[in-house]
Design a protein around this ligand. Structure first.
Ligand SMILES: [Zn+2]
Length: 51
């Protein structure tokens, strides 16, 4: 499967150049979608709100 993602339009496309805005699209990777640092902050925030 060959999927590309446009960060501007937030849509998935099959081409390297977005047809809507004309900007370069990226190949989304699972590692980039859930960085450990962001996850830690999110969990800490949840803990604080639950107290
Ligand atoms: Zn776009």
């Amino acid at each position: 499967m060959k999927m590309h993602y446009c960060r501007k339009c937030r849509i998935y496309t099959l081409v390297e150049t977005c047809k809507r805005c004309g900007s370069e699209t990226i190949k989304p990777t699972p590692a980039k979608f859930s960085p450990p640092d962001t996850y830690g902050k999110y969990r800490r925030k949840l803990k604080m709100e639950s107290r």
